[in-house]
Design a protein around this ligand. Structure first.
Ligand SMILES: NC(=[NH2+])NCCC[C@H](N)C(=O)O
Ligand SMILES: [Mn+2]
Ligand SMILES: [Mn+2]
Length: 300
């Protein structure tokens, strides 16, 4: 296994949704031992600290995009930091924060990767716009924004236009998808492995197929965006929008191990860890354990 230079960037924001506390996610993940765990594998890990997010941020209020200004400000900073990290040939590992931060991550990656593959490990499809969103929560919108859809203050972060191609996206674990999102998935022909495919084919076949699909797209990098609510809330209770019937703990380790084995991963983010809703930091612990598998820890 290749030893990486990993830059850990925390994004302590909870403005992309309504359950306060997910801003403490980066701390919880650090306290669960993320840095030490990755160092033990043999990587060189630099904790770059957190992006500054004012916890009083009511920068711009928008009727259908909750805390728009605060999200734009944090994602703009994150986009710059991710861009710099890639330029320095380091592996960006982003700790959330709610999933709205993926807008910044993908915008930063897009400066370098012109044909990026994205694996979206999530109970949700996160491709609403202000028009389709049932909640107005921006954490349900990052994939739409990255595909170039939505409010221009969001789509212009890190430069205008689309940051990823719909045909380079793979969603794994979906089981709570809104009507507008379903229409968009159909329209764009997006590859989704819902819980149905995971149940039916098993995680081994799903990951094999997903990785072959991305390889066939000739991607120049692969970003993993892992929302802890992709797992079943039995394993990761500390999330704001839990959906029962999710991916198991073992299946998730297998998915991470297969992704590691493929050797294609170029960046990752772990989001939606909310310590206020958690029990004894168990969700942050799972995040760190999955990071271990993702970045090359071996069982024996
Ligand atoms: N990153 C997340 N947990 N997203 C949940 C989104 C839930 C719902 N689809 C919405 O738009 O509000
Ligand atoms: Mn989710
Ligand atoms: Mn999500």
């Amino acid at each position: 296994m290749e030893n990486l230079q990993i830059s850990v960037i925390g994004v302590p924001i909870d403005f992309g949704q309504m359950r306060r506390g997910v801003d403490m996610g980066p701390s919880a993940i650090r306290y669960a031992g993320a840095i030490e765990r990755l160092e033990a594998i043999g990587h060189t890990v630099k904790d770059e600290g957190d992006i500054y997010v004012s916890n009083a941020a009511q920068l711009e209020v928008h009727p259908k995009l909750r805390n728009l200004g605060a999200v734009v400000e944090a994602c703009t900073q994150l986009s710059n930091r991710v861009k710099e990290t890639v330029e320095q040939k380091k592996f960006p590992l982003i700790l959330g924060g709610d999933h709205s931060i993926a807008i910044g991550t993908l915008a930063g990656l897009a400066h370098h990767y012109k044909n990026l593959g994205v694996i979206w490990y999530d109970a949700h499809a996160d491709m609403n716009t202000a028009e389709t969103s049932p909640s107005g929560n921006i954490h349900g919108m990052p994939l739409a924004v990255a595909m170039g859809m939505g409010h221009e203050k969001l789509t212009n972060i890190g430069g205008s236009g689309a940051k990823i191609k719909p045909e380079n996206l793979v969603i794994i674990g979906a089981r709570s998808v809104d009507e507008g999102e379903k229409a968009l998935i159909k329209e764009k022909g997006i590859k989704v492995y819902s819980m149905h495919e995971i149940d039916r084919l098993g995680m081994t076949a799903v990951m094999k197929d997903a990785l072959e699909y991305l390889a066939s797209r000739n991607v120049d990098g692969v970003h993993l965006s892992l929302d802890l609510d992709g797992l079943d809330p039995l394993h990761t209770p500390g999330v704001g929008t839990p959906v029962p019937g999710g991916i198991t703990y073992r299946e998730s380790h297998l998915a991470m191990e297969m992704l590691q084995e493929s050797g294609v991963l170029t960046s990752a983010e772990f989001v939606e860890v909310n310590p206020v809703l958690d029990t004894k930091n168990s969700t942050a612990n799972v995040a760190v354990e999955l990071m271990g598998s993702l970045l090359g820890e071996s069982l024996v």
